[in-house]
Design a binder for this molecule. Structure first.
Ligand code: GLP
Length: 231
């Protein structure tokens, strides 16, 4: 899964060395990032002119906090490739002014000309970025209150569940849907049901990822376990 997904991203970088990538955190893309690091070290691709926008960040965590998504990206990709640090963007979790943090981020994506290829993982409840199940699809980058299930799932990376931030800044579903191309990755049997619901169930904000069925250019790459219900 990681190699196949890395090939999609590497091909895009080769086609357009100045492309704008939307990136994701979580356990799922770690192997994919390792593949891209290998490709870069082997001289097959260069991030020299690429710019990146991450989906989301915990509100209240500065970029140097070990559990921040900025830190995750530095560790798994940015510090290991030739990307220009100024061209890497993650919402500013340290900015307490939610309106400013979200507006600045949305503007910055717009000024970059939009996202060419957006990578997405899937939350167990169908969240994309941190767009949690709700009665509507939130459009732009916004402040969210995380659901209990998300806090629980993400607590594995913190010393104690009480340390998991309760809020985050995330691209909206509209921000994500404006990407020219979307690449979804999922692995493991615990994702089988949500992969099925997202791509074969009804399109509903109760399963945020289901809206991807309406996007004209989505590739979904899953391992056997995550794809088990789709055969
Ligand atoms: C987090 C992130 C999502 C990610 C999801 C799945 O909450 N905000 O962007 O896709 O969890 O993570 P994992 O790949 O670890 O299952």
């Amino acid at each position: 899964m990681s190699r196949a997904a890395a090939d999609v991203i590497a091909s895009r970088i080769k086609e357009d060395p100045r492309c704008v990538l939307g990136l994701a955190t979580g356990s799922t893309p770690i192997g994919l990032y390792a593949e891209l690091v290998n490709d870069c070290n082997a001289g097959e691709i260069s991030f020299g002119e690429v710019s990146t926008y991450n989906l989301d960040e915990y509100r209240g965590l500065a970029g140097d906090h070990e559990q921040s998504y900025r830190h995750f990206m530095q560790k798994h990709l940015f510090d290991l490739v030739d990307v220009d640090p100024a061209a890497t963007h993650v919402p500013d979790g340290a900015n307490d002014d939610a309106e400013a943090a979200c507006w600045d981020y949305e503007q910055s994506i717009f000024e970059a000309g939009g996202i060419d290829l957006q990578l997405l993982g899937l939350g167990h409840n169908g969240h994309i970025g941190f767009n949690e199940p709700s009665d509507e699809f939130p459009v732009n980058t916004h402040l969210v209150k995380l659901h209990e299930r998300t806090i629980e799932a993400n607590s594995r990376l913190f010393d104690h569940i009480d340390e998991v931030p309760r809020e985050a800044y995330t691209m909206g579903v509209g921000t994500i849907m404006h990407a020219a191309e979307i690449l979804v990755v999922a692995s493991g049997s615990d994702k089988a049901q949500i992969v099925y619901d997202a791509f074969f169930g009804p399109v509903t904000p109760q399963v945020p990822a289901s809206i991807l069925q309406l996007h004209p250019n989505v590739t979904v790459i899953v391992d056997e376990e995550a794809g088990a219900l789709c055969v």
